[in-house]
Design a binder for this molecule. Structure first.
Ligand SMILES: *[C@@H]1O[C@H](CO)[C@@H](O)[C@H](O)[C@H]1NC(C)=O
Ligand SMILES: *[C@@H]1O[C@H](CO)[C@@H](O)[C@H](O)[C@H]1NC(C)=O
Ligand SMILES: *[C@@H]1O[C@H](CO)[C@@H](O)[C@H](O)[C@H]1NC(C)=O
Ligand SMILES: *[C@@H]1O[C@H](CO)[C@@H](O)[C@H](O)[C@H]1NC(C)=O
Ligand SMILES: *[C@@H]1O[C@H](CO)[C@@H](O)[C@H](O)[C@H]1NC(C)=O
Ligand SMILES: *[C@@H]1O[C@H](CO)[C@@H](O)[C@H](O)[C@H]1NC(C)=O
Ligand SMILES: *[C@@H]1O[C@H](CO)[C@@H](O)[C@H](O)[C@H]1NC(C)=O
Length: 297
């Protein structure tokens, strides 16, 4: 395969940001209630692979590998497996995209360029857990065409404990960093966000239960947030000094209809709770459950 010319590659990158990702579901899903949905690091800071040695970039090609566009962020969770959001690998009618439509850059905190295409990992299989009928199951595991060496990236383990509003969590991704821009960040960004308690989330969403199901609710009060392009990326908390995977960036919704800001203040972000899917992830990868989770010392 020949690497695409750099200009084309970059064009494709910025060309797709505004229209597509970002929107995890078609807007139709919530048209009745008059709400607009957004997926959505705002206010973040640049971070390196020392913090996120598992970070992955998911690119999509619709022309057999000549042009690639950035699709989503992901995390390496096994030497040959990446976890991301299911909506990143589905068309808007919820049919799944072919595995060959994807290429991944693993273990780099800098956005891939055309020169990196020759090193992309290909995808051989895509696994989902009922996303087609259950939107909350916004998780997908991608099997890579080869193992990722420990010198390239280290898999992240899942945080298996209850997620409470006192847990300090951080979100990371390559998504847009300014609300009025469609440019992706060239470097991985991270920001501290907060897990919200049920009372807070119920105020806006009467059908909200708690942070112990498939989703984690995070109301953005300080402007720190995930945003378009961060979908599929990690929500992390430290355990024994190691960063562990608490959630996967899924989607967001604006709480203020008069001010349709897409991310940041006045929005709720939802993250898929990784622990809810840990058993499924382990069986998908053919490993023991205990090997995918991180226990406290
Ligand atoms: C990976 O996929 C590209 C198309 O995107 C193809 O040209 C290349 O040969 C594939 N690499 C391997 C090792 O299969
Ligand atoms: C790649 O994208 C560019 C810009 O959209 C287009 O001109 C070119 O034909 C595409 N290449 C292929 C092989 O489709
Ligand atoms: C926003 O995130 C940045 C980067 O992680 C952090 O330094 C800052 O303290 C956060 N702000 C708030 C109010 O949490
Ligand atoms: C939920 O959070 C709000 C705002 O921080 C706080 O006032 C309330 O007491 C909390 N409720 C519970 C049950 O922790
Ligand atoms: C409300 O919470 C439920 C989960 O209980 C979720 O499925 C739904 O999408 C949320 N709706 C909004 C508008 O935030
Ligand atoms: C969370 O909500 C579910 C219903 O969706 C309920 O079955 C479960 O007991 C609740 N868990 C906690 C810890 O409140
Ligand atoms: C978000 O809210 C914080 C705290 O109220 C404020 O300092 C910040 O300027 C707001 N950001 C935007 C983009 O409105």
């Amino acid at each position: 395969m020949h690497a695409a010319p750099i200009s084309t590659f970059l064009l494709a990158l910025s060309g797709m940001v505004s229209a597509k990702y970002g929107f995890s579901y078609s807007e139709d899903d919530f048209r009745d209630s008059g709400m607009r949905m957004y997926t959505k690091v705002i206010n973040g800071k640049i971070t390196g692979t020392n913090y996120y040695p598992f970070i992955s970039q998911l690119f999509r090609t619709d022309d057999g590998g000549s042009n690639f566009s950035f699709e989503c962020t992901g995390s390496l969770i096994g030497s040959q497996y990446v976890v991301t959001a299911a909506h990143c690998v589905h068309y808007s009618d919820r049919t799944i995209m072919p595995a060959k439509a994807f290429g991944l850059m693993i273990g780099s905190a800098e956005l891939a360029t055309a020169d990196d295409v020759q090193d992309f990992y290909n995808v051989t299989d895509i696994y989902v857990d009922g996303y087609r009928t259950e939107s909350a199951n916004d998780i997908a595991i991608l099997k890579l065409d080869r193992e990722v060496l420990p010198t390239v990236a280290t898999p992240v383990k899942i945080y298996p404990y209850q997620v409470t509003s006192s847990l300090p969590v951080e979100v990371a991704g390559f998504g847009i960093t300014k609300l009025d821009s469609t440019d992706l960040s060239q470097e991985l960004m991270r920001a501290l966000v907060s897990v919200s308690n049920s009372t807070q989330c119920e105020d806006f969403n009467s059908s909200w239960d708690n942070n112990s199901g498939p989703l984690i609710c995070s109301i953005n009060e300080n402007g720190n947030d995930s945003c378009k392009g961060d979908s599929g990326g990690p929500l992390v908390a430290k355990l024994n000094g190691e960063r562990t995977l608490v959630g996967i960036t899924s989607w967001g919704v604006n709480m203020d209809f008069t001010n349709p800001s897409q991310c940041g203040n006045n929005t709720i972000s939802y993250y898929v709770r990784a622990a809810n899917f840990a058993k499924w992830a382990a069986s998908t990868m053919g490993v023991d459950y205990t090997t995918v989770i991180q226990l406290k010392d």
